[in-house]
Design a binder for this molecule. Structure first.
Ligand code: SF4
Length: 353
């Protein structure tokens, strides 16, 4: 995909489309028609928008286009997880992961090229930050994967859920992420309800509060430690927003019975997997309605951390359950193709053909 200087219709909200159309004297309902063409019919050419008048299409062609991410590579893991490498117009690449389980097909989206949060267990964080993704680059990951798995189909195809958990920290790119979420939720488009979208953050407390005020989506927190000293070692963001601030932001997040805050807790052998750690975690969570995902660490040759023994994992899980927390262990999927949590990163020179 090369940058042409034209506006990309993908990634414009309904309101933005209406404003562009108003500039050329077109009625507001045309924006609804374009939304349906782009996200329900998944057309890739303005000329295909057959219920727009010829003059309207010609006007649009003068300043707008539908540009797409370029698929560079698809990899399939032993467990069926699929990882897609997309090239952006400036040559950077991002990864998107499609994870299937019994009842769901979840697409894990990237929101930045790289990440500036620097979590010590994450390869994306270790590779540094290049730039934020634009809303269209976030939304188009969904359109492209929907078309790959359901060629010529409608709307989101078989993709049932979205998680913003790929490369980047979504709340570090809040404006573009909010625009993308608004578009993903259009009920005459891709039709993802709030419950089907989960935004995962390393814990930017002020932005969590702002997100809760502006957008309805499920929230997941990458927690990983229940004391400030350890969390600051693992996740530098904790030096800016400590656990007290983070928990206050979570308590302010508008949740309902069906939309609990989820805490992701990666278990690292000998670091955060003792019963003392479990005790601290119970105390930290208190009465906050939540569920906890325990994720035994995915070992990787470039990272110094180890996965705990099974007994350690079971004991930790049992302690939390005994203290009435809703908790499950989750195995990261796609580890053999580096598609698991914290393993995504930009392709390096020479890696992509
Ligand atoms: S875990 Fe998330 S926030 Fe932390 S460095 Fe990796 S991508 Fe960034």
């Amino acid at each position: 995909m090369k940058e042409s200087g034209k506006i990309n219709l993908v990634g414009l909200t309904r309101q933005e489309l209406a404003e562009h159309l108003a500039e050329i004297g077109k009625e507001r309902y045309r924006a609804d028609q374009i939304v349906r063409w782009l996200y329900l019919q998944r057309v890739t050419e303005i000329e295909q928008m057959s219920n727009l008048s010829r003059s309207c299409r010609e006007h649009l062609l003068g300043f707008a286009e539908i540009s797409q991410l370029e698929l560079v590579r698809e990899q399939v893991a032993e467990d069926g997880t699929r990882k897609y490498l997309f090239r952006l117009h400036d040559g950077h690449t991002i990864e998107t992961v499609l994870i299937g389980d019994k009842s769901r097909l979840t697409l894990c989206l990237s929101t930045q090229v790289g990440c500036r949060m620097g979590c010590s267990f994450c390869l994306t964080g270790q590779s540094g930050f290049e730039r934020d993704l634009k809303a269209f680059e976030i939304v188009d990951q969904v359109l492209q994967v929907a078309e790959i798995i359901d060629p010529g189909g409608l709307s989101r195809g078989a993709i049932s859920n979205i998680v913003l958990m790929g490369m980047g920290e979504p709340l570090d790119n809040l404006e573009e992420v909010i625009k993308a979420l608004e578009i993903l939720k259009y009920d005459d488009g891709l039709q993802f309800s709030s419950r089907r979208i989960t935004l995962s953050t390393c814990g930017l407390a002020p932005e969590i509060i702002e997100l809760g005020q502006r957008m309805e989506v499920s929230l997941a927190i990458s927690l990983n430690a229940a004391d400030d000293a350890l969390r600051s070692r693992l996740m530098p963001i904790n030096r800016r927003c400590n656990l007290a601030e983070l928990m206050a932001a979570c308590r302010s997040y508008p949740y309902t019975k069906h939309r609990l805050v989820t805490f992701e807790y990666i278990l690292f052998a000998g670091l955060n997997d003792s019963l003392d750690d479990a005790r601290r975690l119970v105390k930290l969570i208190g009465s906050l309605p939540t569920k906890i995902n325990l994720i035994p660490f995915n070992e990787h040759p470039e990272l110094p951390f180890k996965k705990p023994e099974q007994k350690q994992i079971t004991d930790f899980l049992k302690y939390l359950q005994d203290h009435n927390l809703t908790v499950m262990t989750r195995r990261s999927k796609g580890a053999d193709i580096s598609a698991a949590c914290g393993q995504l990163r930009e392709a390096v020179d020479g890696e992509v053909k």
